[in-house]
Design a protein around this ligand. Structure first.
Ligand SMILES: [Zn+2]
Length: 478
């Protein structure tokens, strides 16, 4: 357990910050327990360690969320812990069996939170404040993991949030506004191609609620079928019940690994996110006549593959042409049909991701990509059979009051920090639509993410949890 013994002696103490009869003079993050929980959660995976694969509504995802035998196994855990402490169990690793049951809902319950789930499996754990009618302060992240990824992305913001509640409880703090930990369903788009599915719905996306009625995965399993098999979405029209009302939360704060190298390289403890870049994704299809690679002479070709290749280069040109380092664009998918060495591609499919913190600048890039696609198709005599903007989310700015609460906390904890932009999107991007939002980053090893080498030190996670706990406490008293 890593202790933090309150404010520096010479620093002014803000007594209004403390709960009645209790000062936040002693905060402790149980880093060992938190590290164990991160390890335990990583075993709920469809691929071998150190990789983690946890896809929406699969057996491992459901187990990571909950277990029907909660009470029985919690009791077993307590009994086993007693016996282990009394050296009655030797040579048998009972710990792991018990650990496997310390999934999210169980942990929320053990922290004394009242737990509920919505129709798509967003999970909420609430600690009632002494003025429970006020809008709560929320914090949280996701635990789903793309194939062969790491164990910290999202997880730090869920397990860290539960630990932040534990930190405040141990300190004797009493929240005025209730504090709520949220586990968001499916931040990653792996299964149904929709990123931030849970938070998008919480933010009231009618379009998504409608689209989910007909959405299927690569195995042709419908979203509703998958959700029902996991125990959610019992009625088809349940989905819109997920929408949060405006004002449901007075503030939302997410703790996350940076997923970039800046904090580590600059030796800083915390990043305060000021804005989240707005992602857009596009799908483009070209169609030509194809033909034999030997028989059709070059002047007579209309090669759908070359149209796609030329468009990929134009994406780079338009992104660089924005004049801002904050504009980025990627052609991550380029497929050719029929995909034979001796056949001129008759069809090509391109998927483009472009992001910026400036919505207009990013939309200008999209428009230029569209113009390029049209021009290339006409010049190469291929058909532009599809140009689809799959999503075009607006960027989100962090809320001033949440940023100020984080800054005040960092000063009190004497931690170094910098203001930064999140170029990856997060559930916070959507929570910003229904609540004042803030995000804080902790350093991660070499900025690695979405791969097994992803790593954040216990020390850095502990710092993040302290900042989260104190900031939640401040926001709760507002
Ligand atoms: Zn994440």
């Amino acid at each position: 357990m890593e202790d933090f013994s309150g404010y520096p002696i010479h620093a002014p103490i803000d007594y209004s910050f403390a709960a009645p009869n209790s000062l936040l003079s002693f905060l402790s993050v149980d880093s060992t327990a938190l590290e164990n929980q991160i390890d335990e959660l990583s075993t709920f995976s469809d691929t071998p360690a150190p990789s983690v694969t946890r896809i929406l509504y699969t057996e491992k995802d459901v187990l990571a969320r909950r277990c029907a035998l909660l009470l029985v196994f919690t009791l077993c855990g307590l009994i086993l812990r007693y016996h282990k402490e009394n050296a009655c169990f030797h040579g048998i690793d009972w710990g792991m069996g018990i650990c496997k049951l310390q999934y999210i809902k169980n942990l929320m319950g053990l922290s004394g939170l009242s737990v509920r789930e919505d129709a798509v499996g967003n999970i909420f754990g609430r600690w009632d404040g002494y003025e429970p009618d006020l809008a709560p302060v929320a914090t949280g992240s996701h635990i789903d993991a793309i194939p062969y990824s790491g164990k910290y992305d999202g997880v730090v913001g869920v397990l860290g949030a539960i630990e932040a509640i534990n930190v405040l409880k141990r300190s004797g703090f009493k929240p005025k506004r209730s504090l709520e930990v949220v586990l968001f369903t499916s931040e990653e788009p792996t299964r149904f191609g929709i990123s931030c599915l849970g938070s998008r719905l919480l933010a009231g996306s009618e379009a998504l609620a409608e689209a989910l009625k007909t959405t299927v995965d690569a195995q042709n399993i419908s979203f509703l079928e998958a959700a029902r098999s996991a125990g959610y979405a019992k009625e088809q029209d349940d989905i819109s019940s997920v929408f949060l009302k405006e004002g449901s939360y007075s503030a939302f704060l997410e703790l996350h690994i940076e997923q970039g190298p800046i904090l580590e390289a600059e030796g800083l403890s915390i990043g305060i996110v000021t804005a989240i870049a707005a992602p857009a994704s596009l799908k483009v299809d070209f169609e030509g006549n194809g033909g034999h690679a030997g028989a059709v002479l070059m002047p007579n070709r209309n090669d759908a593959g070359l149209a796609a290749a030329e468009l990929a280069l134009d994406v780079e040109k338009h992104v660089l042409g924005s004049g801002s380092i904050d504009t980025v664009g990627t052609v991550g998918i380029l497929e050719l049909h029929p995909g034979a060495i001796n056949s001129i591609p008759s069809k090509s499919h391109v998927e483009i991701d472009t992001r910026d913190i400036d919505e207009k600048r990013r939309n200008d890039v999209i428009e230029k990509i569209h113009q390029s696609a049209t021009t290339i198709a006409s010049r190469r005599r291929v058909r532009l059979s599809e140009f689809k903007i799959v999503n075009q989310d607006p960027p989100a700015l962090s809320d001033k009051s949440v940023i100020e609460a984080m800054e005040a906390t960092l000063k009190e904890l004497n931690l170094t920090h910098k203001m930064m932009i999140s170029r990856a999107y997060h559930d916070s991007l959507f929570m910003a639509r229904v609540s004042p939002m803030g995000m804080l980053f902790i350093p991660c090893y070499k900025g690695y993410s979405h791969k097994p080498e992803e790593y954040a030190s216990s020390h850095n996670i502990g710092n993040g949890v302290k900042v989260l706990a104190l900031t939640l406490a401040k926001l709760s008293l507002k």
